[in-house]
Design a protein around this ligand. Structure first.
Ligand code: NAD
Length: 436
């Protein structure tokens, strides 16, 4: 099938590449010329494990191409995916200008039936707004479909190729058949394509992300409580996770959720609720708790250093909002960096993939190391913010000899408490006993 994908970010590039992988002919279009040039030179614009090999293969086999020319990309396409940003507007609601703007541009160019699929995360009622744009600007028949994306950065290829489920919101039989045909290769193991109306589909995405953000936030509160009553959150996590109704996943406490989705989606759902005079109070609490949790490590440090962080040198491991991505949007590391700089501390950061992105934001207000141990040279403490695998079993002797003091603040609970006692470190983690 000939497909166009508008927007080649984390979602668009994965969608386009994975759709090409099953034999479709995919044209990806983006307004960012530099990015398109880069992809046309065969370079990946993002770090996403497993994507590179599919990207090269499908370009080489001429099923995947990139352009800045929308008309060219959509010319023969049966289905046009919109994978455009929906950032928070000033009032917290999702900014639909990219999606509605692209719909208007597409309406001005099409001459035959198209299925236009919104992959972006958009509030309930957006499909109606997109339909209205087409009605206003073209007489050509268009079906507007909601097809929210559930992929996770870091495992996006696997999530796209073998999704737990595909959600499709449409009431058009013609669009439904095309979507069914397109997704059939991805659900061969029996996972469902769940067809529903557009509004339910749009809300499903917000419900999923808000539920997950709530689950993390709940565990962060349990962790904070554990510290106050002398319980161990790891034990509590295992104890509740064994209950199938709760499940083992997404129960790890930390330094708050970040990323390009949870913060903006929770905010947007709360805003959508308020627009229909519904006080979605649990979401307001989730946002408030998460805000505090982002700097819980800094609070711990203030206590340890009796309020005086000035001139202290800290090694920071992990900048990306989670492992296996270079994405730093709303990353907790950025909040921790800002708070520590404000107190007059010095920071040397290391991350396997995200340094270049942080440099663009923070410049030389912090220093960057080329490996984890270099960051530790002369450090007063190590702060762990992202749970990259390579931080899990470090050489503690090397850590000790590089650092000025044997102090670790761990926002991801990477190390065993007994091990930390044996190594003689001061070790402060989340929801567990402080060692030393
Ligand atoms: P992104 O910012 O990484 O990418 C968006 C791309 O769209 C950029 O390359 C930008 O240059 C391009 N663009 C902007 N305006 C354009 C236009 N008029 N024409 C063509 N291209 C244009 O965004 P993303 O992370 O891929 O997210 C896209 C949508 O998917 C958002 O609604 C997001 O909430 C949702 N989503 C994201 C994820 C994720 O993990 N990143 C997961 C599920 C859903």
């Amino acid at each position: 099938m000939k497909i166009a994908v508008v927007g080649t970010g984390y979602v668009g590039l994965v969608t386009g590449t994975c759709l090409a992988e099953t034999g479709n002919d995919v044209s990806c279009v983006d307004i960012n010329e530099e990015k398109v040039d880069k992809m046309n030179r065969g370079q990946m614009p993002i770090y996403e494990p497993g994507l590179e090999i599919l990207f090269y293969r499908n370009i080489a086999q001429k099923r995947l191409d990139f352009t800045t020319n929308l008309a060219e990309a959509i010319k023969d396409a049966k289905i046009i995916f919109l994978a455009l940003p929906t950032p928070p507007g000033g009032d917290g609601s999702a900014d639909l200008s990219y999606v509605l703007g692209a719909a208007k541009d597409i309406a001005g160019l099409i001459t035959d039936y198209k299925v236009v699929v919104t992959k972006s995360t958009v509030p309930v009622g957006t499909a109606d707004k997109v339909k209205a744009v087409f009605r206003e600007h073209t007489n050509v028949e268009v079906d507007v479909v909601s097809n929210p994306e559930f992929l996770r950065e870091g495992v996006a290829v696997e999530d796209f190729m073998k999704p737990d489920r595909v959600v499709v919101g449409t009431q058009s039989e013609r669009a439904r058949k095309l979507m069914d045909e397109l997704y059939a290769p991805y659900v061969r193991s029996g996972n469902p394509i769940i067809f529903m109306d557009e509004r339910s589909s749009e809300l499903t995405k917000y419900a999923a992300n808000s539920f997950l953000a709530t689950k993390i936030t709940f565990m962060n509160e349990i962790a904070n409580m554990c510290e106050l009553v002398g319980a161990d959150v790891d034990m509590v996590r295992r104890g509740i996770g064994a209950d199938a109704r709760i499940g083992k996943r997404f129960l790890f406490p930390g330094v708050g959720y970040g990323g390009s989705c949870f913060p903006k989606d929770v905010q947007a759902l709360a805003k959508s609720a308020s627009e229909v005079n519904y006080d979605f109070s649990i979401l307001n609490s989730v946002m408030a708790v998460n805000e505090k949790q982002k700097t819980v490590i800094v609070e711990k440090m203030r206590k340890y250093y009796k309020g005086d962080l000035k001139g202290k040198k800290f090694a920071l491991w992990g900048l990306a909002f989670k492992p296996e991505t270079d994405d730093i949007r709303e990353a907790p590391s950025l909040y921790i960096i800002d708070a520590l700089l404000k107190e007059g501390a010095e920071i040397v950061a290391y991350d396997p993939e995200a340094i270049e992105n942080v440099k663009k934001l923070k410049g030389d207000t912090i220093a960057y190391a080329s490996d984890p141990y270099e960051a530790l040279e002369g450090a007063d403490a190590l702060i762990i913010v992202t749970e990259w695998s390579l931080f899990r079993t470090p050489d503690f002797e090397r850590i000790e000899s590089a650092m000025k003091a044997k102090v670790i603040f761990d926002g991801r609970n990477l190390y065993d408490l007994h091990r930390m006692i044996d190594c003689g470190f001061y070790y402060n983690s989340i929801g567990r006993q402080t060692i030393g």
